[in-house]
Design a protein around this ligand. Sequence first.
Ligand code: X2X
Length: 335
Amino acid sequence: MGFRSLAVAATAAVMLLAAPFAGAQLKDEYTVSTVLPTPFPWGEAAERWAELVAERSDGRINLKIYPNAELVAGNQTREFPALRSGVIDFAIGSTINWSPQVPELNLFSLPFLMPDYAAIDALTQGEAGERIFEAVRGKGVVPLAWGENGFRELSNSSHVIRTPADLEGLKIRVVGSPLFEDTFTALGANPTQMSWADAKPALSTGAVDGQENPLSVFQIANIHEVGQKYLTRWHYMADPLIFAANRNIWQSFSEADRELIRQAAIDAGEWEIERSRAQVPERLEAIREQGVTITELSDEELAAFREATAEVYEEWTPRIGEALVELAREAIAER
Ligand code: X2X
């Protein structure tokens, strides 16, 4: 073979190799929306996902993370519509923030439905989780994997909370999801909906007296600095995170790349869930050292909160779907 034909053969080989990549028409960058950045577990989950995707695709697929819901101007309950319409390519979203568009996601917000981690897993890893993913797909978004924000605990600036009566009249910042209005109203509190971006300022001016968020959020965001001296571990609900893709973006990838991205999401989610659960004891210690009074509740004390919020089930079970709530209860009972 002469030099010329060698060169032609080499060019052809390069083109053949490049063909599947060219065919997939990859963008230089894919946007990934999250509410919390690193070092919150949520942000770390996103970072891990982007790393795994870059590594496994030899740098072909570039996920760029946009935290603080900045792609929707901080308005976290607008994230799902933006993902659906294609303003955002990918997102890792809390079930709370997406529940206004996907009513089934309110399942996880039913107060005191999930008593422990095994109960969360029984839902996300079982048939209930599949049905919830089906509901997300039904709204035009492709769900890929689960992560976890965490069990949400109650803090306030005024006094120790041990009973529903202790919540009477307290102004509590809640996420912009209607179920939370009902839960805190049932408890005699005064819930105020606002985005996370507005929460810390509202706590610091005293516009609200309290808030609820996972321990990781309380600690990393230094919520103790804005007068939140009392924390009650009531574990009333936990919000899983869902890794998801815009449908058109998803369809633009080759079958093999879809598998790669999905598997990376599953691996990043599992890594994040395990890690954030394992960090709870050290977080509690750190929060205690920040001078916060941490209150643990007995089973009887928890039962009083469960009773006081029972009406939320009556209102919300039909909206979530009777069958799904029933399935979830069974899965939790059999965990
Ligand atoms: O806004 C919150 O409280 C947060 C950060 O936990 C969520 O996005 C659900």
